[in-house]
Design a protein around this ligand. Structure first.
Ligand SMILES: O=c1[nH]c(=O)n([C@H]2C[C@H](O)[C@@H](COP(=O)(O)O)O2)cc1CO
Ligand SMILES: [Zn+2]
Length: 164
């Protein structure tokens, strides 16, 4: 009997929680996506969330989903996975895992594979019926990149800024 806590976060819960927390930085009013890259030693090497590129003001570019293409967010927004890879401390993410709230699109999937990431752990697959996600899965299967949905054993992790 060591007296060890038993309700501590598993590695999967921890990295997914970091991904979700990062998503709270997103200004997207509809979908906030966070991503976290962990290496084979369980060290975090990159985090990201969806947002506009550096120096492109959040107050000037549109967050709309509909309308003329150039008047929507889609041509401008950097996806969380892209930012997590670009923000990472190493250019070489060989054998790393990517934790992400939403299944990656085909464009992020190319970046993920080229960076050397070997496993994707995701929560939601809400766009699974789109060609983008279908193409992503074709590339992931061909490149032997593992992907698995995360089914947490707890529904909520609470953060309390009030510590004693
Ligand atoms: O894998 C992803 N990663 C990611 O960061 N995103 C971002 C782009 C947009 O800001 C938002 C998706 O917006 P919407 O659900 O309103 O179409 O999520 C979207 C996807 C899936 O396409
Ligand atoms: Zn993407």
């Amino acid at each position: 009997m060591t007296g060890k806590r038993t309700d501590y976060l598993s590695w999967d819960e921890y990295f997914m929680a970091v991904a979700l927390l990062s998503g709270h930085r997103s200004k997207d009013p509809n979908t906030q996506v966070g991503a976290c890259v962990a290496n084979s030693q369980n060290k975090i090497v990159g985090v990201g969330y969806n947002g506009f590129p550096w120096r492109c003001s959040d107050d000037e570019l549109p967050w709309a989903r509909e309308g003329a293409y150039l008047d929507t967010k889609y041509p401008y927004v950097c996806h969380a996975e892209l930012n997590a890879v670009l923000n990472s401390i190493s250019f070489d993410l060989r054998d790393c895992r990517l934790y992400v709230a939403l299944f990656p699109c085909n464009e992020c999937t190319k970046v993920i594979i080229q960076a050397g990431i070997r496993e994707i752990i995701y929560l939601s697959d809400k766009y699974k019926d789109t060609d983008s996600v279908r193409a992503a899965k074709i590339m992931l299967d061909k490149s032997n990149t593992i992907y698995r949905q995360f089914f947490p054993s707890r529904q909520v992790v609470t953060l309390n800024f009030q510590v004693d």
